[in-house]
Ligand binder design. Structure first.
Ligand SMILES: [Zn+2]
Length: 271
């Protein structure tokens, strides 16, 4: 176990998100940074152990063929397609899972590769005729550069979000685009009961809870300029597209009390 300070600004001042306790079993509750309002888990195991846990969770019946999972992957495929187009783009999906998303954009004429720690999933990705990097972001970067790197429902589940974003930046061509999507979004209408938002899985399998501004803050710190976000008040998902060119946009942050009040209200209104 390693103890982390706030991933975004490095502050060690935090407030425990007490309201989470009743939903997470014996796990450690997330904390909220006193300085920037980022919601994160402080104690985390090595990345490979977290990845193995996710493989086990996958093993227990989770599949990207579930209608809800397939629908959200289709949504991001469509969102990018309508704004920029996939045709001819060379794409790397970090945390590609079974390759369902890669399949969607392959059908839209993208050249696809997946980075994925599970051997079983890598075999499925190769079955699409795609390149599979069977590794995590702690391993060296691939020896090719991409037009688009996608991190879909993965950034909230990794051990080191800034490392993942910087890794994505290193995989991109200079004018490449990053697309991040997450369902962990906060400071938006409650999409489900708080008891299903939290889980009794080990705390570090879900280290981060993103708001639009904390995600913007993170991509900025990783050297990206945020180009477009979806209307996440009207969607269950937060999708952000960023590039390495353009100006760094200044600091976006939430307030610690704002985030804690939000979760307290969620607990009262939709437990
Ligand atoms: Zn912070």
């Amino acid at each position: 176990m390693k103890t982390f300070d706030c991933d975004l600004g490095g502050s060690s001042a935090y407030t425990i998100l007490e309201v989470a306790r009743k939903y997470i079993g014996d796990n450690e509750p997330p904390v909220v940074c006193d300085q920037c309002g980022f919601c994160y888990v402080r104690n985390r195991r090595p990345a490979k152990e977290i990845a193995e846990d996710w493989n086990n969770i996958f093993g227990e019946g989770y599949t990207s063929e579930w209608p809800g999972v397939k629908a959200r992957l289709f949504y991001v495929a469509e969102f990018f397609d309508q704004n920029y187009g996939w045709k001819g783009k060379k794409v790397l999906d970090i945390g590609a899972g079974e390759g369902t998303f890669l399949k969607f954009i392959q059908q839209r004429d993208a050249w696809v590769s997946g980075l994925e720690p599970s051997m079983e999933n890598c075999t499925k990705i190769e079955g699409l005729g795609a390149k599979a990097y069977c590794q995590t972001i702690e391993d060296p970067i691939p020896d090719e550069k991409f037009d688009v790197v996608t991190i879909l429902w993965t950034l909230e589940n990794c051990q080191d979000c800034m490392r993942m974003l910087r890794f994505a930046g290193e995989c991109l061509k200079p004018d490449g685009q990053l697309m991040v999507a997450t369902g962990s979004r906060i400071l938006v209408p409650f999409k489900k009961p708080l008891s299903s938002y939290f889980s009794k899985n080990p705390a570090d399998t879900h280290c981060f809870r993103w708001s639009e501004s904390s995600l913007q803050h993170a991509v900025n710190r990783a050297g990206f300029w945020c180009e477009r976000t979806n209307d996440c008040e009207q969607s269950d998902w937060l999708v952000m597209i960023a590039t390495k060119t353009g100006d760094i946009q200044g600091m976006f942050s939430d307030t610690c009390t704002g985030v804690i009040d939000y979760f307290n209200r969620w607990d009262r209104e939709f437990p």
